[in-house]
Design a protein around this ligand. Structure first.
Ligand code: CDV
Length: 312
């Protein structure tokens, strides 16, 4: 048995006016709860140091820059790192990263129990648009503020397990999980900020949107026989609701923990990394069963091309 007691630290809303210091204090409070519960790894949401700023259209470069972190850890997050290090609890969380070359990425990091950052992932699937869209009920400008991730889907050895990360929209793409699964990922951590309503389809219910999220995380877990920890930033941010429902999914695809509030809430589960072995050695033994000669389109073609040659 290779047990990791995982805390999924869902966070409630962060308003535009909230300071990073206030947010880090909330993260430390969740961390304290996790330490008391015996967690050895705590996962926080996507872009968890600020409000979900891509909903705001901004032209002023200084204003845009104010949402990004130039280094990690930094003065604001150091207290979180210090407290986690003292307790030897590894953490993973998302933030807006600005590189020394000035590029912006939607990033998630992973530490070991000594709080060394041993893994970094930059979101590959950026949803939304890059210019103001008057036809949407609200904006989703990730393509404006971030570049698509340039690190691929790396997997890291940490705490005697193989671990990978995805970020929000990535969870909807089977290719993303498979990239991790093909490297033997036993634990996939992801955070999300997902609006409760579809800005382009008011008919879609919140229940359907949560169903889509769960469906993807459960499928990704089952089809790669990996634990999936999916952590929401939830609640009403300046009039913009984000759905909650953070989950921990077992390697057989079943949900073993689910959040019940739309605020700061910790889910705790003892995750045995050896529980991934059965699926990886039987129905999803990739080496025995995959048929890559038939999968060429997956990497050679992006959009739909019908058999008659016309594009979808
Ligand atoms: N932060 C996100 O990536 N959100 C998207 C929304 C826009 C659909 C998501 O896939 O949840």
């Amino acid at each position: 048995m290779r047990e990791i007691v995982i805390g999924a630290a869902q966070m409630g809303p962060i308003q535009r006016a909230d300071s990073r210091e206030e947010v880090v204090a909330r993260m430390i409070a969740l961390l304290e709860e996790a330490i008391a519960a015996g967690c050895t790894l705590v996962v926080f949401p996507e872009l968890c140091l600020t409000t979900f700023f891509p909903r705001w259209y901004m032209e002023d470069t200084a204003e845009v820059a104010s949402w990004f972190e130039n280094s990690m850890p930094n003065a604001t997050t150091q207290p979180l790192f210090d407290r986690a290090r003292a307790a030897r609890v590894a953490i993973s969380f998302g933030y807006a990263e600005k590189t020394s070359e000035g590029q912006g990425f939607n990033t998630q990091v992973l530490t070991d129990p000594a709080l060394n950052i041993i893994g970094k992932y930059r979101k590959v699937h950026l949803p939304g648009h890059s210019e103001f869209d008057p036809d949407r009920a609200f904006q989703h400008l990730e393509k404006r503020y971030f570049k698509a991730g340039d690190l691929g889907f790396p997997v890291f050895r940490n705490m005697d397990a193989w671990m990978g990360m995805l970020i929000c929209n990535d969870r909807r793409w089977p290719e993303a999980y498979r990239e991790l699964g093909l490297q033997g990922a036993e634990l996939i951590m992801l955070g999300y900020n997902t609006p409760t309503t579809n800005s382009q389809n008011p008919e879609e219910t919140p229940e359907t949107r949560v169903f889509h999220s769960d469906l993807c995380c459960q499928a990704g877990a089952y089809q790669n026989s990996a634990w999936v920890v999916a952590v929401a930033k939830a609640g009403n941010e300046d009039g913009h609701p984000l759905f909650p429902g953070s989950i921990i999914v077992a390697p057989d695809g079943t949900i073993v923990q689910k959040a019940t509030t739309d605020g700061d809430e910790l889910l705790v589960h003892s995750c045995d990394m050896d529980a991934t072995k059965f699926g990886k050695k039987t129905i999803f033994d990739f080496k025995r069963h995959r048929q890559i000669k038939h999968y060429g389109r997956i990497t050679s073609q992006t959009g739909v091309i019908y058999p008659d040659g016309t594009e979808g």
